[in-house]
Design a protein around this ligand. Structure first.
Ligand code: GDP
Length: 460
């Protein structure tokens, strides 16, 4: 990451609270000049003479004009989020006031912050590593309890801690092998190849565990991809609407008018479900409809959960049996949902209750029994897995680095197998260290040198 000195010495300013009207708005400044700059427009105590972590009442003035009465919080470097001087100005929450104050600060020497720049500075100043910086972004965007927990865990260093432990062990071996290289022709072996193989295998298992958590992590972050499947007029749009509680899908009296996929998210018990509305489950003669149907099949295969919805007023038992058999073949977990129980055929209902006791009977139109459906859906996604507090990889960049780490670890194993020379072995290890380092943003070669130096001061 390149960052010019000039930019880094700038004092940046931005609104820290959301755009729009609120009771208060917080404008944040970070940089060497944050205090001096605020002082120029603030009438109250001399901010540069105050202690860190204190709050001061006063007014923000543009010449003689009072823009607002404000509270100013001071965080003196390095005791702040960015480790620079930080000032937070709490104004009244009008966008007019916010704009006036920000413009005034810019006129006095601040620069508008770029997206993520506060966090970037925190990272560059060593507040946390790259993985944690990314977790801050995830935390800000988390919209459910589980995604919030995953981001919190990662930010507090859960993820980085594990990676660092793994790297430390490998660095130790790398140092030994580098040392052997230094001895050149002499036949020395500081690093037992058997021990190295055992360590690499251990690392491989750990890395694979993290890679495996990505699916789960991805689900937490992006939602469980869920398909509502059923023939036209079964009530799919109505159900989706009832769940979303707003008119996002087009409900139509005409069969088969829901042709496009409408993806929407709902939060059930802290888990995000990303709904993919579908055009129906079976082939029809209508061309547009059948395009929709084949796309439905594709979508269904990528779903983690299917709600199989059928209409109790116009479906017979054999149709339902056929559909259920097809769904079982597909291998994606599904819930049998019988809709329109308000008008349903009582014989069909009682047969279903006997033959398929796990059927959920609802009335999407009347919003009846939706809670039972939600409960079942939650059961199916197996919440225990979500709440273990184990490290979960949620970031595609980490996933990528982990995949590369795995490949390079496999290279080490293969190298050991065919007894490649030390310099190649050292190269493979360096590569693994590099990819692991990518995740936490550490610099591999420096680590390596420092470690060698620290452990083996044998003046050579
Ligand atoms: P889709 O084609 O599967 O998306 O079906 P829609 O959601 O468009 O619903 C088709 C028709 O069934 C509409 O007229 C809905 O009002 C009606 N409908 C949906 N749910 C229920 C229900 O629970 N009871 C009754 N009686 N009608 C329903």
């Amino acid at each position: 990451m390149s960052f010019s000195l000039h930019e880094h010495s700038d004092t940046i300013v931005a609104l820290a609270t959301p755009q729009g009207v609120g009771a208060i708005a917080v404008i944040r400044l970070s940089g060497k000049e944050a205090l001096r700059l605020t002082n120029k427009v603030f009438k109250g105590k001399d901010l540069e003479k105050q202690d860190s972590h204190t709050i001061h009442f006063g007014t923000i003035r543009d010449g003689d004009k009072i823009i607002d009465e404000v509270l100013v919080s001071l965080f003196v470097a390095p005791k702040s989020f960015t480790k620079e001087n930080v000032v937070e100005i709490s104004t009244h929450g009008s966008s007019y006031i916010v704009n006036q104050v920000i413009k005034l600060l810019i006129r006095n020497g601040a620069r508008p912050a770029k997206p993520g720049e506060f966090t970037q500075r925190a990272f560059l100043n060593g507040q946390f590593d790259l993985a944690q910086a990314e977790a801050v972004a995830d935390l800000i965007h988390s919209d459910s309890e589980t995604s919030h927990q995953a981001a919190m865990h990662q930010m507090r260093g859960g993820f980085s801690g594990e990676i660092q432990k793994l790297r430390a062990e490998l660095i130790h071996f790398a140092s030994m092998i580098e040392l052997e290289l230094d001895f050149g022709e002499e036949d020395v072996e500081f690093a037992s190849r058997d021990d190295l193989r055992i360590l690499v295998e251990k690392l491989l298992r750990a890395v694979e565990l993290l890679i495996g958590s990505f699916d789960l992590g991805n689900v937490i972050k992006n939602g469980v991809p869920t398909v509502i499947a059923g023939k036209p007029n079964a009530g799919k749009s109505t159900l989706l609407n009832a769940l979303l509680n707003e008119e996002k899908a087009i409900v139509s009296e005409i069969a088969g008018t829901t042709r496009d996929f409408i993806e929407d998210e709902i939060n059930i018990g802290g888990v995000i479900f990303r709904f993919i509305d579908t055009a129906g489950l079976r082939e029809t003669t209508d061309i547009i409809e059948s395009i929709g149907v084949s796309r439905t099949h594709e979508k269904m295969k990528t779903a983690s959960l299917i709600l199989y919805l059928f209409d109790l007023t116009d479906t017979d038992l054999s149709e339902i049996e056929t559909d259920i058999a097809k769904l079982e073949d597909l291998g994606v977990p599904f819930v049998k949902v019988a809709n329109k129980m308000d008008k349903g055929n009582p014989n069909l209902i009682s047969t279903l209750k006997t033959n398929y006791p796990d059927t959920i009977f609802i009335s999407a139109g009347q919003k009846e029994n939706l809670e039972a459906l939600k409960d079942r859906v939650l059961e199916l996604v197996n919440l225990d897995k979500f709440r273990t507090g184990n490290t979960i990889v949620t970031n595609i960049r980490h996933y990528d680095s982990l995949m590369k780490t795995r490949d390079s670890l496999l290279d080490i194993l293969q190298g050991l197998e065919i007894q490649i020379t030390n310099d190649f072995l050292a190269m493979d290890i360096r590569r693994s260290l590099h990819f692991l380092g990518e995740i936490t943003g550490e610099i591999t070669t420096d680590d390596l040198l420092e470690n060698i130096f620290r452990k083996f001061c044998i003046g050579k």
